[in-house]
Ligand binder design. Structure first.
Ligand SMILES: [Zn+2]
Ligand SMILES: [Zn+2]
Length: 379
């Protein structure tokens, strides 16, 4: 785990011993400026769906519109994965200032707000994954909030330029970030001018909606469905279906284990289209220094440090949150067997299972009222 992002400590499972989170100037991505009574407005998002799918009843879609839809989907998705995510959020490779701007333009063609906004919020996701401070954790706030709800919350609308200082020093990126929908409008106008209504509806709008949902599924589903190869102290999963839909982003547990790698598919069969394109661009010199995970991680070998095991144990224990709350009154803790069952389901074949379970049991016991421990003969 040489270069993985430092695992943030999750908030305590009430009463458990935890490492306090390191305070950081950029810990809170969005500084709340808007009126607290402001409510999220999902209507533009709903209307986009109505325009895209309702519009299909009024236009005649030809094969060229379908090809355009596929082309724009791939272009936008590449902008999301290679641009917003791997380059701006994680600095997984290097490139020229000109191509950096091209990546920002491609990213913003997906209409997911400004490039600095996206990357700054994503960095916060890695700092607080699946804790109550995570902006989009499906295990904490449910599917819909992680999928889309968090984006329209007014308190998440500002860009914290402090959290993305390394790129906020480029005025052209700040300008683009402050005009988040400029590229979207220009691209739409060009598509309409060249292809008319059918190109606009099918080629542009339907593919935009598809790009939205595929990207959002990484936040909502890739922390719920799939396998965990690495101990990451969160619920990130590897999911092959999402990896195909998102050109490689579905290998999300790999990604949380080593966020700064240019590749997210570690094994040969973990299809990562974005990485293949980046390798092609590296061959012709457009990008360089594609960061790699350590070779042992490619083989699936990981030696998690104590902080990471602690975090994994806390996440494991979190599923027993209600039980722990009741245990305070009823003096009953999750048994070793119950913890083992949950851990085995969540992290099958993990060689560190016993260490995590031992830690979880020890932590649970710090929760136990002293009288109960005495009654159980443990104190
Ligand atoms: Zn994640
Ligand atoms: Zn990431």
């Amino acid at each position: 785990m040489a270069e993985a992002a430092p695992p943030p400590a999750p908030e305590p499972v009430a009463g458990a011993t935890t490492t306090p989170e390191t305070p950081s100037a950029s810990a809170s991505v969005s500084v709340r400026k808007a009126n607290d009574t402001e409510t999220p407005n999902p209507w533009p998002f709903y209307l986009l769906h109505v325009a895209a799918f309702g519009g299909l009843f009024f236009v005649e879609v030809g094969p060229e519109d379908l090809w355009l839809a596929l082309g724009l989907y791939m272009m936008r998705m590449f902008g999301v994965t290679a641009g917003y995510h791997r380059y701006f959020a994680h600095k997984a490779f290097r490139t020229s200032r000109v191509f950096q701007f091209v990546l920002a333009v491609l990213a913003q063609s997906s209409a997911q707000r400004g490039v600095l906004w996206w990357a700054a919020h994503h960095r916060a996701h890695h700092r607080h994954s699946d804790t109550d401070r995570d902006l989009h954790s499906p295990v904490r706030k449910g599917f819909w909030h992680a999928h889309f709800g968090w984006i329209i919350e007014p308190q998440n609308h500002d860009t914290d330029y402090e959290a993305i200082r390394d790129f906020a020093k480029y005025p052209e990126l700040v300008w683009l970030d402050r005009n988040p929908f400029l590229v979207v409008v220009v691209l739409g106008a060009v598509v309409f001018a060249i292809g008319g209504w059918s190109a606009l509806v099918m080629g542009y709008l339907v593919s935009l909606v598809a790009t939205y949902h595929a990207t959002f599924c990484i936040n909502s589903l890739a922390h719920v469905h799939g396998r965990q190869r690495f101990v990451t102290g969160d619920h990130s999963r590897n999911n092959w279906l999402l990896a195909i839909a998102t050109m490689g982003e579905g290998w999300h547990n790999n990604h949380h284990a080593f966020p700064n790698a240019a590749r997210q598919g570690f094994k040969w069969w973990e299809f990562d289209m974005t990485y293949l394109i980046l390798r092609g661009l590296a061959l012709v010199g457009i990008v360089r220094d594609l960061r790699q995970p350590p070779p042992e991680m490619i083989q699936g070998i990981q030696i998690p440090g104590p902080a990471l095991l602690e975090r994994a144990a806390q996440q494991l224990l979190h599923d027993f949150h209600d039980r722990l709350a009741r245990a305070r009154q009823e003096w009953r803790l999750p048994t070793m067997d119950e913890l083992r069952k949950l851990a085995a389901r969540r992290m099958p074949k993990n060689p560190h299972l016993d260490a995590i379970i031992d830690r979880a049991v020890a932590m649970a016991e710090t929760w136990m009222p002293q009288q109960a421990l005495q009654a159980a003969g443990k104190a």
